[in-house]
Design a protein around this ligand. Structure first.
Ligand SMILES: *[C@@H]1O[C@H](CO)[C@@H](O)[C@H](O)[C@H]1NC(C)=O
Length: 295
């Protein structure tokens, strides 16, 4: 802005003084000089503000995609244009995908705000022969179940819609969000999200996949760990409290999706996972369990 303004006022003054004597080549030359200066000035200006560029980037990408893929016919429940949800495959065993910047900072903060008022100590689904007393210490976080409608900020509804879009598993198959807070030392020992009927009795439906949305950064610790990644550590007499294997560091707004079932529907033994103890800071995470039948 500053550069462009200075050039324009200088040019106007010069033109007024020499109006009578100007010849065509001089006019042409000065015109091109003004154009060049303006162009360079505008380049400087557009590269200047860092924040503005970040906001505009997704929009530019979508425009690019419109150009690459001309309009495609789509069904009644479809979407008019392609969109991008970037992801990285972390592992095939278990099938685990990482979604950088899945939610905005504001969405994360809103979910934490809504959940904070309702926190209770987390509980466990008990296996045959287990009691609350015998399972004490396995899961030490606090948490609450929240359906999207219970979040007045609307953030959970937006996140739920995006999870359904990313997984192509409809919202109706998701359990309410389980929003958890882990304070220093708190953890969740390794476990499966799917329920083996041999251990838990007959099930009406089964958990297919889990989507974890990290709502805060954690200074140290608090990783989501998969101790059996790629079949490792399965015959070492693994201690379920131990934090080993593939570890995913929580980053505010990032998502982690993994499948508890293999493609043929049996429980994937490598989907065993846990939450390492928080060493420094506080970990907030929203979990969405997705089932093979509507909830
Ligand atoms: C399902 O697939 C896994 C891995 O390919 C295999 O080990 C298992 O035997 C299969 N289970 C059934 C019931 O087909």
């Amino acid at each position: 802005m500053k550069g462009g303004g200075a050039i324009r006022s200088g040019g106007g003054g010069g033109g007024g003084l020499m109006r009578t004597r100007l010849r065509l080549p001089v006019v042409l030359l000065s015109c091109s000089l003004f154009f060049l200066a303006g162009f360079l000035g505008s380049l400087l200006f557009t590269q200047d503000p860092q924040g503005e560029e970040d906001v505009e980037r997704p929009l530019r990408r979508e425009r690019l995609m419109e150009a690459v893929w001309p309009e495609m016919a789509y069904g009644e429940s479809g979407e008019p244009a392609p969109s991008l949800i970037p992801y990285q495959i972390l592992s095939w065993q278990p099938r685990a995908l990482y979604f950088p910047q899945f939610a905005t900072a504001e969405q994360c903060e809103n979910v934490v705000k809504t959940a904070k008022a309702r926190l209770r100590p987390s509980t466990l689904a008990l296996r045959k022969g287990e009691s609350e007393e015998t399972t004490k210490g396995i899961r030490t976080s606090s948490g609450t179940f929240l359906s999207a409608e219970e979040d007045p900020t609307g953030a959970l509804a937006e996140i739920e819609t995006k999870i359904a879009k990313a997984t192509m598993m409809p919202r109706s198959h998701g359990e309410p969000f389980n929003v958890l807070r882990y304070e220093i030392g708190q953890k969740y020992a390794s476990h499966y999200d799917a329920f083996d009927p041999a251990q838990y009795g007959p099930q009406k439906s089964q958990r297919v996949a889990s989507f974890l949305l990290y709502l805060t950064d954690v200074e140290e610790g608090g990783e989501t760990m998969f101790p059996y990644e790629n079949g490792d550590n399965m015959n070492i007499g693994y201690d379920y409290e131990q934090c080993i294997g593939l570890k995913v560091k929580p980053r505010k707004g990032d998502g982690l999706l993994f499948y508890s079932l293999m493609v043929n529907g049996t429980i994937d033994p490598t989907s065993l996972h846990g939450s390492c103890p928080v060493i420094k800071g506080e970990k907030w995470v929203a979990t969405k369990w997705i089932r093979d039948k509507t909830v």
